[in-house]
Design a protein around this ligand. Sequence first.
Ligand code: FMN
Length: 424
Amino acid sequence: MSTPFSALERQRDIYLQGLSGQRPKIPTDPVALEKAAKDKMSAEAYAYVAGGAGVELTVRRNRSAFEQWRIEPRMLRDVSQSDTSVEFLGRRIPAPILLSPVGVLDLCHPHADLAVGRAAAELGLPFIFSNQASVPMERVSQEMGAGPRMFQLYWSKSYELVASLVKRAEASGCDAIVVTLDTTMLGWRLRDLDQAYLPFLRGKGIAQYTSDPVFQAMLDEPEEEGLVSPKRKVNLQMLKAVFQLMQNYPGPFFQNLRSGRPLRAVRQFINLYTKPSLNWNDLPFLREQTSLPIILKGIHHPDDARRALDAGVDGLVVSNHGGRQVDGAVSTIEMLPAIKQVVGDQMPLLLDSGVRTGADVFKALALGATAVCIGRPYAYGLALDGEAGVSTVLQNLWADFELTMRLSGCVRAEDIVHGGWLGD
Ligand SMILES: Cc1cc2nc3c(=O)[nH]c(=O)nc-3n(C[C@H](O)[C@H](O)[C@H](O)COP(=O)(O)O)c2cc1C
């Protein structure tokens, strides 16, 4: 970013635009943001992004649990200056806000990960590339210049594919590998089930695979017996799905149609996607593949945090996948204090799932998080206005956080953890 970010300027800009009758295109209220995005997105896309597992108790708890904590602001502390930056993995990032990995972003906007990468890089906030991205990591990295980035790995059934993705992440300038642990299979997501819609079957969200040399080599091999096949009765809907599949696969449409490769790619993907047998003994394999820091995403039990410390990993994301995996699971903010107690200052702790406001960021830092990540809000910004929409969502959260911090009597984000700012 050319000029340093200022919450007061952001606030002033919005009010000044109001003088000429302009209201913000991207609502600052997170509920209104979601509503505006819903109005713009297809029913299937909105269901996929907004939905959670089961009856979405955990989605709601991810929000309501923040209410358990209250900030106790302090006065007369000279808050004329402030510093929202924090250190993360040896880098100074300008605000304790990262972008969680979100798959299939082209459901929100055709520029998908490219738009998100540009917005994040412009603000200097780290973007975690999804394993289920719509655009290969190399292309997004190119757009991001020196912007900080990481790669989120879904551990597939193929060790060769895992190794290849990790090498590509290194070559793409990623600062860390974030291994998501909570998706050894897909959660039971009612909204998607009732629309009978899974984007991957249409060739969406598999760009990291179709751009991978190991995956491509697998497509040259004779197909294994018994691979799950998406083939079904041929009707108009089916033809539409096949058309989409051909379009989503790299290369010319008719060549894809002739070769049948896109369909094979989907079958191969379904076969490999996750590894239900994943366990602690798999981690040394990853350590052998890379010298990059390894961060575990999806930890929300203190015993697992202890185990992660013993395993020598470099950081954790306290996450329940935005409530998309286990309905009824605890919220992350309520588990954070116990995890912080185990981990202390031995490794950075990120937290996601339900972070929507500056106060949420402040509370997470006060309870021991190094920084937070957000998922759905930036996807909604993307749906509403592409790169500009993502940037606006991030800047609004940043401004809200900075003002909350200063108005609470704290000038440095890194001092929040030592402040005793919360009451319950
Ligand atoms: C549409 C969507 C797709 C997601 N895809 C991934 C993914 O590919 N990998 C992953 O580790 N997490 C994924 N997540 C989970 C996010 O990384 C993050 O944990 C979650 O969105 C945070 O909660 P929030 O949306 O309430 O901010 C996805 C979340 C959403 C909403």
